[in-house]
Design a protein around this ligand. Structure first.
Ligand code: NAP
Ligand code: ZN
Length: 385
């Protein structure tokens, strides 16, 4: 039934994203095609893990046969950008332009591109390449590539250069890692689907969330608010656990039936053994042992939030034993599944709640995200440069 419904929404249908003749003649901003590159670009770069973001001029590579050149219009601000930029996870190579929730319009295509044309509305998420031939790649899970996924930023690209992300005006990406965006979805809304949306959609599907299931969403931020909307649209009963009392009304508006303020040692005992699945999106060290008792027998706690490597989460030796629970994780989602998620959002009228900002305000946005003040995704408007 899901397949039919998604087909009705046009998800994954090649040809859906082909532009009209008029669109094909321009890049969506009334500009003519940009040639084959290399392409001049500007981005907001970090020059160290503690510095501010500063304007950097650089070039995107010339088009390979399978590449599309994308004039970027929007890029969402993900907490992962902060983790990378502030080196919470690993040493980075600077200068570094973060951003993996890209949305824009195709302005040039390589000679063998078949899925997109000049004028196509597209998105790019966290990956721009993978080996294509290992088991996970062949089954559409490029994010688990056995030979290393090339991330949208901070990865060594196939030409040996470091990838630079979406806080920029332009990108060149292999069409196999480009997602088509249907007309029904604004490009500003499409950006956050490319990471926040797919990162929660993929585990909700993997753990067969649907009618009759009770799902806990921990942390109401970029990922958490999308998880709430998507799980509710899948037919599940959603409980949001938040540390921010003032988000309770929003949680209900997004589709939660129950909101638990998980703050100052709040008593969670009356919710014991109530949930079939918990999706935990919290980005820093927190008490998992408080969450596990909320799971029913055999249920799973899936942690998609990724904290600092120097401050790992702990799970007590008896936590999982009492109700044979599982602890799991999940990384973004594959290209096909991301296209499916876009179709699901179109079909169910799901959009992220966004605040558009000019690129000069990214530092300020990062501060607000860390302080849990995003409502619920900042999106950089690249057309205001
Ligand atoms: P976000 O917008 O900042 O949302 C995180 C939410 O978690 C906050 O709004 C807050 O919700 C809660 N929170 C924040 N700090 C907390 C703390 N110290 N203790 C307890 N709760 C806290 O972040 P996001 O962009 O959604 O990303 C969330 C995490 O997912 C990040 O670690 C990110 O790197 C990771 N991520 C993972 C994947 C993957 O593939 N697994 C993909 C994308 C992102 P309340 O105010 O409701 O408590
Ligand atoms: Zn992200």
């Amino acid at each position: 039934m899901m397949t039919t419904a998604l087909a009705a929404a046009g998800a994954g249908a090649t040809g859906l994203f082909k532009p009209s003749a008029a669109e094909a003649a321009s890049d969506g901003n009334g500009q003519r095609s940009h040639g084959q590159g290399p392409f001049p670009a500007e981005g907001m770069a970090l020059y160290s893990s503690h510095g501010p973001l500063e304007l950097m001029k650089f070039q995107r590579r010339a088009l390979g046969p399978k590449d599309v050149a994308i004039k970027l219009q929007f890029c969402g601000v993900c907490h992962s950008d902060i983790h990378h930029g502030r080196e919470h996870w690993r040493k980075e190579t600077f200068p570094l332009i973060t951003g993996h929730e890209l949305a824009g319009v195709v302005v040039a295509v390589g000679s063998s591109v078949s899925k997109f044309k000049v004028g196509s509305r597209v998105g790019v998420g966290c990956m721009v390449n993978s080996c294509r031939h290992c088991g996970p790649c062949e089954s559409g899970m490029e994010q688990y590539c056995e030979n290393g996924t090339v991330l949208t930023y901070g990865s060594k690209d196939r030409d040996g250069t470091m990838t630079q992300g979406g806080y920029s005006t332009f990108n060149v990406v292999d069409e196999d890692f480009v997602i088509g965006i249907p007309d029904a979805i604004d490009l500003a809304h499409a950006g956050p689907m490319m990471c926040a949306g797919i990162t929660v959609y993929s585990p909700l599907r993997r753990w067969s969330i649907g009618p009759g299931k009770k799902v806990g969403v921990v942390g109401l931020g970029g990922l958490g608010h999308m998880a709430t909307k998507i799980a509710a649209a899948m037919g599940a009963e959603v409980t949001v656990l938040t540390t921010s009392r003032n988000k309770a009304e929003d949680a209900k508006r997004f589709g939660a039936k129950t909101v638990i303020v998980n703050q100052d040692g709040a008593d969670l005992s009356k919710h014991k053994r109530s949930l079939d699945f918990i999706l935990d999106t919290v980005p820093y060290q927190h008490d998992l042992d408080r969450l596990v008792p909320l799971l029913k027998l055999d249920a799973t706690l899936c942690l998609v939030g990724v904290g600092k490597v120097t401050e790992p989460n702990q799970l007590g030796p008896f936590s999982l034993l009492g109700a044979r629970n599982s602890f799991a994780s999940s990384a973004i989602g594959g290209v096909r599944e991301t296209q499916e998620l876009v179709g699901f959002c179109a079909l169910h009228d799901i959009r992220p709640e966004i605040t558009k900002i000019p690129r000069e305000k990214i530092d300020d946005a990062w501060t607000k995200v860390v302080q849990k003040e995003a409502r619920y995704r900042f999106v950089i408007d690249m057309t205001r440069t």
